[in-house]
Design a protein around this ligand. Structure first.
Ligand code: GDP
Ligand code: MG
Length: 344
């Protein structure tokens, strides 16, 4: 169906496809480390890499909400750049995670999952972010849960631009108990899109992540690095602070707190090695405010403590974090507010 519009040759021989599947299925089983794995995990050489020997490119991570895109980004970068939680709608921005390994600089782009359920202003802004992120990349990792493919996955797949190679990442393989069922499923996935590769894996399994990194490397063109080799993201400390608070808010409140809550960083100051931060959690109703604050302020205190500790780990310095809660009814339906809160 898609053959004519894709990067893979339309006449891809079926034995070639079978070989690709066999490789993919081989990866599902435990396997000794390969030469690729070794090169990707090798320490960067002590000598600087001259620009003419450098390799660099963008890799977009896309998929419906909750399939593990942000978990995968963090694993690929080796640092927590993008927040994750069991709730859908956690990621709301285009976030890059940068990893420089030997001669290669990988620039991963995490995206919000494509929202198909609610048509409000927040979700329209999120979808625009996803579409913006997939144009002009060298490679797309299309993430689904291994063994599953539904309408929401299909909608994201239909959005991918022709001409960019796509790797099907079948994530959460650790949750699949009957591995034999993965073979027919992968075969059925072949018919949905001319994927460049099939990659069953678990984002929580470091060995799988190393192998995926080595595979991605082959798709990046030789060109000078875009970022400093020490950079981990193009996002500011102020942005990361707001995100970490939002992650704790999402994780420490149950399903009773609707996803339409957000965090605004009001103040971010450096005082020597101390970072002084004030942030406001914005909710839509008075009853939500109560949920965030909790009995005797306990929950808000915990959100603050956990966010502060994680920021201190990330930056290796002391953090003073002050949190407020404010009610702004209807913000997620209001285009101007959605923009004002930082969602392009
Ligand atoms: P996103 O919405 O696609 O960015 O998904 P997240 O990265 O926020 O992950 C959603 C949930 O899936 C979190 O609870 C993760 O811990 C979990 N998750 C991600 N990858 C894996 C995996 O490989 N195996 C298992 N069992 N859980 C995973
Ligand atoms: Mg995410």
């Amino acid at each position: 169906m898609n053959e004519s519009s894709s990067s893979a040759p339309a006449s891809q021989a079926s034995d070639e496809l079978e070989a690709m599947l066999a490789r993919a299925l081989g990866r599902a089983a435990p396997e000794p480390a390969t030469a690729d794995t070794a090169s990707a995990s090798a320490l960067p050489p002590a000598a600087p890499v001259p620009p003419e020997a450098q390799r660099c490119g963008y890799i977009a991570i896309v998929g419906k909400p909750n399939v593990g895109k942000s978990t995968l980004l963090n694993a690929l970068v080796g640092h927590k750049i993008s927040i994750t939680s069991r709730k859908a709608q956690t990621t709301r921005h285009r976030i890059t995670g940068i990893r420089t390994e030997g001669p290669t600089q990988f620039v991963f782009v995490d995206t919000p999952g494509f929202q198909t359920r609610h048509g409000n202003a927040l979700n329209r802004a999120l979808n625009k972010t996803v579409l913006g992120a997939v144009t002009d990349v060298d490679l797309i990792l299309f993430v689904v849960e291994a063994g599953r493919f539904d309408l929401a996955d299909a909608k994201v797949l239909a959005l991918l631009p022709p001409g960019v190679p796509v790797i099907l990442v079948a994530n959460k393989l650790d949750r699949v108990h009957r591995r034999v069922e993965i073979a027919p499923w992968l075969r059925s996935m072949q018919e949905r899109h001319p994927f460049a590769e099939f990659f069953p894996m678990s984002a929580k399994q470091p060995r799988d992540v190393q192998r995926l990194l080595a595979l991605c490397e082959r798709y990046l063109p030789p060109q000078p690095w875009f970022y400093d080799p020490d950079d981990l993201t193009d996002r500011s400390e102020r942005f990361l602070a707001g995100e970490l608070v939002r992650e704790k808010l999402f994780r420490l409140t149950g399903d009773e707190l609707p996803y339409t809550s957000t965090v605004v960083v009001d103040r971010f100051e450096h005082e020597g090695s101390l970072r002084r931060i004030a942030a406001t959690i914005v909710v839509e109703r008075d009853s939500h405010k109560g949920m965030v604050i909790g009995e005797g302020g306990e929950r808000l205190k915990r959100i603050g403590t956990e966010a502060r500790q994680e920021l201190e780990r990330l930056w290796g310095g002391k953090v003073f974090l002050e949190l407020w809660v404010k009610v702004r009814s209807g913000w997620s339906d209001d285009e101007a507010r959605v923009r004002a809160y930082g969602y392009e």
